[in-house]
Design a binder for this molecule. Structure first.
Ligand code: VG1
Ligand code: CO
Length: 543
């Protein structure tokens, strides 16, 4: 039976970089999740009888919201929902399902790399029929709707058993509980040379993968250990836990420090270390003795993708988010293929991928992916690396060093100041913005500002314009500093400062990154007065 329930709008349901993210207690307010889900449905057209994919990263509150979403989908007229068993679907696996089964769209429950638990983070994201995150036109409509919503529709029914693969009917709608891993694993087998990778493992190649007690555990177990024959124990922390074991499921050098230390431990270290985040779309790549920055990883993967069967015809072009280093641009220039610079967030890659302008995309925040789905894909990146390592028969360090020798090295680092007072962070950005017109030609230490602007993106496919996407200061010689505020945080503001320096000289490719960037780090402080404005002596996280 369909019930229409009266509700009152909340004013704060504006989706950020990747969906709506709030603390769990915020989501637990009366009808909070229901309001947002109904606002999504109210912003869509012509979905009667069609299919909706539903799943999440298994974090605290996942199961409750999945029950709500299924019952609301039935009440709103969807014909079918496909739900990952146990409520589990990694973000890239959900994207694949939407595409493969030509679903109308999908609801993904995740706050990605943010911690989980009763007082931590939760999130809801809507993906469209191409499998990718809803573009701004839709997220703006959802937000507008959420501000005036006065009722939602839900089917009155008992709890649905999510833990058995089965098909049932709910008030005329089909509910398919599916194996969350099978379709995704099949896609990976199509893209990569599994026999070559199996052979690599049989020769004693030693890998460790940290699933960070998050969603990739079951995927990595099936693919890396069962299908590729890596020894049992290769995949660690493989059981998705509602609170990720109390950790941040963020595969960076701070939150995956144990893995990093192991990989840096010398001659006995594994050949290859990797990790993925809460919802499985990010990746961390570390070779024995060498951390590969996500920006470098994007460039290396783009330069070598043709070694994997799925990309044997070559790639059409590369897209990167604006703050991502320009290492990928060097590859594109040399290959004579397109290079696109988009705002932060995967939703901006969708049009370029759909139009066939690019094959591989990446972000400095550890996101890499291709046209196989419309989300970034952590395990995909790990498997492409494995495929390249298997074919080239060289170490990660050798491959990266040779890459730098060929293209030059883009020293790169991101400094995050988390949990900063919002007014202070906004003040810092506003002051910088005001300075922009007068910056060209200014000298800071030995650096001279060439240009400075507030990045605006003109989508070449649908001509939409997105403004205020980050302040970038470009120095003579190709170095740059970028400032922007995070759109995924749930308390206060996070200031991100991105720092990059290009070094063509191979004799200078062995510097310590922070040292290589020291003059630019100092220039960022001079430009933005970070210490005084944030009250912080140092960044919270350096990646
Ligand atoms: C961050 C990253 C961005 C990424 C986004 C979602 O956004 O910088 O590159 O696409 O997270 O990633 P922001 O606005 O906080 O800088 V995930 O893995 O949290 O879906
Ligand atoms: Co993520």
């Amino acid at each position: 039976m369909i019930k229409t329930i009266a509700t009152k709008p909340y004013g704060d349901q504006k989706p950020g970089t990747s969906g709506l993210r709030k603390k769990v207690p915020v989501f637990q307010q009366e009808n909070y999740a229901q309001n947002f889900i109904q606002s999504i449905f109210d912003s869509l057209e012509d979905f009667a009888g069609k299919t909706l994919v539903i799943g999440g990263d298994g974090r605290y509150f996942n199961r409750e919201v999945i029950q709500i979403a299924i019952k609301m989908a039935a009440a709103n007229g969807f014909g079918k929902v496909m739900v990952g068993k146990g409520g589990i679907l990694s973000t890239p696996a959900a994207s694949n399902l939407i595409r493969k089964y030509k679903a109308f769209g999908g609801i993904i429950l995740s706050a990605s790399h943010n911690p989980g638990g009763p007082t931590e983070d939760f999130g809801i994201k809507y993906n469209i029929g191409n499998g990718g995150p809803a573009p701004e036109k839709i997220t703006d409509a959802i937000y507008a709707r959420s501000r005036v919503i006065d009722s939602y529709k839900i089917v009155d029914a008992p709890e649905i058993d999510l833990d058995r693969v089965t098909t049932l009917t709910l008030d005329g709608m089909t509910v398919e509980i599916i194996d969350p891993v099978a379709d995704y694993a099949e896609l990976m087998e199509e893209l990569f040379d599994f026999p070559a990778i199996r052979n690599l493992f049989s020769l004693g190649f030693h890998m460790v993968f940290d699933a960070m007690s998050a969603v990739t555990g079951p995927y990595a177990k099936e693919i890396i250990e069962r299908r590729l024959g890596a020894s049992e124990g290769t995949v660690r922390n493989f059981t998705p836990l509602p609170d990720f074991g109390g950790h941040h499921p963020d595969p960076n050098l701070v939150h995956a420090k144990e893995l990093y230390d192991e990989m840096m431990s010398g001659g006995d270290a594994p050949d290859f270390g990797a990790a993925s985040d809460g919802d499985g779309d990010r990746n961390l790549i570390i070779g024995r003795g060498i951390f590969v920055t996500p920006s470098d990883s994007l460039a290396v993967l783009a330069a070598n993708a043709q070694l994997a069967p799925g990309y044997s015809k070559g790639i059409a072009g590369i897209a990167r988010s604006m703050p991502t280093s320009m290492a990928a641009d060097k590859v594109a220039e040399k290959r004579g293929i397109g290079i696109y610079e988009t705002p932060t967030g995967w939703k901006f890659f969708g049009n370029l991928l759909d139009a066939g302008k690019v094959t591989i995309c990446g972000e400095e925040s550890a996101g890499t992916g291709s046209d196989h789905v419309r989300e970034k894909d952590g395990l995909w990146a790990v498997l492409l690396w494995l495929n390249i390592l298997a074919v080239r028969g060289e170490s990660v360090e050798d491959i990266v060093t040779q890459h730098w020798a060929t293209y030059g090295r883009n020293y790169y680092s991101r400094h995050d100041y988390e949990g900063v007072d919002s007014d202070a962070a906004n003040g810092l950005m506003a002051t910088l913005r005001d300075k922009l017109p007068s910056l060209s030609g200014t000298k800071i230490g030995d650096l001279t500002v060439e240009t400075a602007d507030d990045f605006a993106y003109h989508d070449p496919v649908d001509q939409s314009v997105s403004k205020n996407q980050g302040i970038r200061v470009l120095f003579e010689g190709g170095s740059r500093v970028v400032f922007r505020l995070s759109g995924t945080g749930t308390s206060g503001a996070t200031l991100r400062v991105y720092i990059e320096r290009y070094e063509p000289d191979a004799n200078r490719h062995n510097l310590e990154t922070q040292a290589a960037l020291a003059d630019l780090i100092a220039a960022a402080e001079t430009l933005a007065d970070i210490r005084a404005r944030t009250g912080r002596d140092a960044p919270t996280v350096i990646t």
